[in-house]
Write a protein that binds this ligand. Sequence first.
Ligand SMILES: [Zn+2]
Length: 90
Amino acid sequence: MGYYLYVTADLENLTNFQPNGGVDDPNFTYYFKLKCGNCGTVTEKATCVSLNETGPQSKKCKVCEREGTVTMFPGKGKPLTAEISEKGRY
Ligand SMILES: [Zn+2]
């Protein structure tokens, strides 16, 4: 089972919202705040993951020490366009 990252934004002056180099730019780093599925603790610091680290990246909860992994899947990204945004999609 995978999780998708959905981003929504108010695109008043933008027509195309995506990282420099496109959504599958391997050098673009995404920052996530992760919530522990066990104790519900949200990480204080955003965890950075990028598409050039394709293997599962192990993250450990500081509170209950439960380990979780983040795996990035290149090629799944799409730029957020104004058209999609207007439809209330994200
Ligand atoms: Zn935890």
